[in-house]
Write a protein that binds this ligand. Structure first.
Ligand code: XUL
Ligand code: CO
Length: 439
């Protein structure tokens, strides 16, 4: 650790078990403890988001930032960025979190030209590489910020300005190179402004085709440089745009298949984005999972009374149980992980709040994992679901599922019977009560 500690007075966060009164300890996340024969750390693969944790200011549309960050003393943006690397890795180390994620412009400042921005990025990448070697921490995924700078006012890959498309391509090229250099396990596309505010001025077909061409260029470049990390597409229906082309899992998967990207790109699914799309997170995970597209997740939650992407830390055990149940069902996340795309509240402005936030999120996920594993071991829910679909194990059900029936043959069957067999109750309340017995 170069220089004084940023989080002086806070030691390594350790597992102390559910009875501890120490709120700077884990009650449930015991990294090496085995669940379904695998250490919790490998199930959960927690990551810290550089943009929220290191760059979040607490600013909102009604007022400026509130965060007290005593290490932010450098006026030179590059020096400040280099100093932040040490703070970030001290945080990861003390938290016992193995992974992190970044956008290019979170870690390194934008320069006056593309070449200068790249130079800054290289300098910070040197520091990140050294910090990774020193601490053993790893990069879960990298991405490029293609939405903050005013040049991206109309989008990046979907901009009506071809030179903006070209600039974004150059930015992604560089972000992929740095991700590759740092051994990143993945690379994310989130369409910050890839959508529209007004359809009258928008050539949607052209924009969506451009987005596909852009992603193909990235896939091709990955092959060229030997980057074998997983590509992810992160759905979000709106914000900042009225409509975004990466609306939800189903929309994204359709896009990937329509444009021949399905072998190269999986989904990175975020809870608050699912909510904005009018879905539950569980729906998004199940949809991606059943199609073989479940890649990684951005862990957070919205607020029931604030209808926007509030990116709060997840503490709801019911939510994390649903998430972990789907993740276990579809064989786990690796090489993806659980990235806390979440920020402390504007009112939680002290550095220690960053620890409380992540500890709470990690513990909530550890509990969700344990509960989901207990549900799976017990099998009561699976059994109830199987009973509900029992008719599909009948000779008729088996023949239909095997593809051996037609409209004509089924008409014959039902004309002979006159009416379908009686339905059985869906037993939603029973299901919900059974779930509660595990919580
Ligand atoms: C924005 C969001 C992004 C992506 C990465 O809502 O979730 O931070 O995760 O660009
Ligand atoms: Co996200």
């Amino acid at each position: 650790m170069a220089g004084a500690e940023a989080f002086a007075g806070i030691g390594k966060i350790r597992y102390e078990g559910p009875s501890t009164k120490n709120m700077l300890a884990f009650q449930h996340y015991d990294a090496d403890a085995l669940v379904e024969g695998k250490p919790m750390r490998d199930h959960l693969r927690f990551a810290v988001s550089y943009w929220h944790t290191m760059r979040g200011t607490g600013g909102d549309p009604f007022g400026p930032g509130t965060m007290v960050r005593p290490w932010e003393t450098e006026s030179d943006p590059l020096k400040a960025a280099l100093k932040r690397v040490d703070v970030a890795f001290e945080f990861l180390d003390k938290l016992g979190c193995d992974l992190y994620c970044f956008h290019d412009r979170d870690v390194a400042p934008e320069g006056a030209t593309l070449a200068e921005s790249n130079k800054h990025f290289d300098a910070v990448a040197d520091a990140l590489e050294k910090a990774q070697q020193r601490t053993g921490k790893k990069l879960l995924w990298g991405t490029a910020n293609l939405f903050s700078h005013p040049r991206y006012v109309h989008g990046a890959a979907t901009s009506p300005n071809a030179e903006v498309f070209a600039y974004a391509a150059a930015q992604v090229k560089k972000a992929m190179e740095v991700t590759h250099r740092l051994g990143g396990a993945g690379y994310v596309f989130w369409g910050g402004r890839e959508g529209y505010q007004c359809l009258w001025n928008t050539d949607m077909k052209r924009e969506v085709e451009h987005l596909a061409a852009f992603m193909h260029m990235a896939v091709d470049y990955a092959k060229e440089i030997g980057f074998t990390g997983q590509f992810y597409f992160e759905p979000k229906p709106r914000e900042p745009m009225k409509h975004q082309y990466d609306f939800d899992s189903a929309t994204c998967i359709n896009f990937l298949r329509a444009y021949g990207l399905e072998k190269h790109v999986k989904m990175n699914i975020e809870t608050n984005h699912a909510t904005l799309a009018g879905h539950e997170m569980q729906h998004e995970l199940e949809y991606a999972g059943m199609q073989g597209f479940l890649g990684s997740i951005d862990a957070n939650t919205g607020d029931t009374l604030v209808g926007w992407d509030t990116d709060q830390f997840p503490t709801n055990i019911y939510l994390t149980t649903q998430i972990m149940y789907s993740i276990l069902k579809y064989g786990g996340l690796a090489p993806g992980g659980v990235n806390f795309d979440a920020k402390v509240r504007r009112e939680s402005f002290e550095p220690v709040d960053l620890f409380h936030a992540h500890i709470g999120g990690m513990d909530a996920f550890a509990r969700g994992l344990k509960i989901a594993a207990a549900m799976r071991a017990d099998g009561a829910i699976q059994k109830l679901v199987e009973e509900r679909y029992a008719s599909w194990s009948s000779p008729l059900g088996k023949r239909i599922e095997a593809g051996g029936e037609s409209l004509k043959s089924l008409e014959r069957e039902m004309l002979a019977k006159g009416e379908a067999a009686a339905n059985i109750s869906g037993r939603q309340e029973l299901f919900e009560n059974v779930i509660n017995t595990y919580l």
